[in-house]
Design a protein around this ligand. Sequence first.
Ligand code: SAH
Length: 229
Amino acid sequence: MTDDGDVDRTADDRAAETERRAIEQRLASGLPFRPRTARDFEESYAGTPPWDIGRPQPGFVELAGAGAVRGRVLDSGCGTGEHTLMAASIGCDATGIDLAVSAIDQARAKAREREVGARFLVHDALDAASLGEQFDTALDSGLFHVFGDDDRVRYVDALRRVLVPGGQVLLMCFSDRQPGDWGPRRVSQDELRASFSGGWQVESIDAAEFDVNLEPGRARAWRAVITRI
Ligand code: SAH
C-alpha cells in the first residue's frame, strides 16, 4: 500500500473506474442502458445519445476517402444521419433508414440546414428488402451489434437482398476487446465472419474505435469491409 493509491492503480482498475463513471453518467441522463427496442431508441433521441457525435465516425470518413463509399448507398440504422449525409456530400445517391422517428426528423433537419440532398425514411432494417431497391454500398455504424442472434441472421439476409453482386457492406460494431459490459453487445471477429459466411467475402476486419460522447470518448470497435458475391 502506498500513500497515493492512484499511483499504484493498474490499467484494469482505471478501466473499471472509467466504466463506472460512464454508467453513472448514462444513468443520470435517464437513457436506457442498452437500447434494443424502437421505444428505447426513441427515448435515447430525446437527449443526445452517446453515439450521436454530430459528425461521421472517423472509421467511415477514412473508408469514404479511400473510395469505398460509392453508388447507391443505404445507411442502415442511420440515427441522425451523419453517415448518410457524408455519402451524399461525396456525390452518392444516399438513403438513411431508422426505426426511430425522432432520429429521422433530426436527420432531415440536418439535410435541409446543410443543403445536402439525402433521403431519410422511417423503416426497419430487418425489412430493408421491402424498399424494393438495390444498393451498391450498405453502411452500418452501430446497428449490427444491437441485434440478438436471430435478428442478426435476418439482418444479414436483408442486406444480401438489397445489395447488388459486388456491392459492399461497410460496418462498425462494438468489439469484444472493449472492457466491461456497458453499452451494446460485444462482437468478436469470429461472429462477424460466421454471420457473413455463405454468399459473402470478408475483405477485411480492422481494429477501430467509435468516438462517443462519454468518457473516455472512445470505444473499441471492429470495422469490416464485406463484399456480396
Ligand atoms: N448509425 C448511427 C446510429 C447508431 S445507433 C450513428 O452512427 O450515429 C443504432 C441505430 O439503429 C439507432 O438510431 C436505432 O434507432 C437504429 N435501429 C435499431 N434497430 C433498428 C432496426 N431494426 N431498423 C432500423 N434502425 C434500427
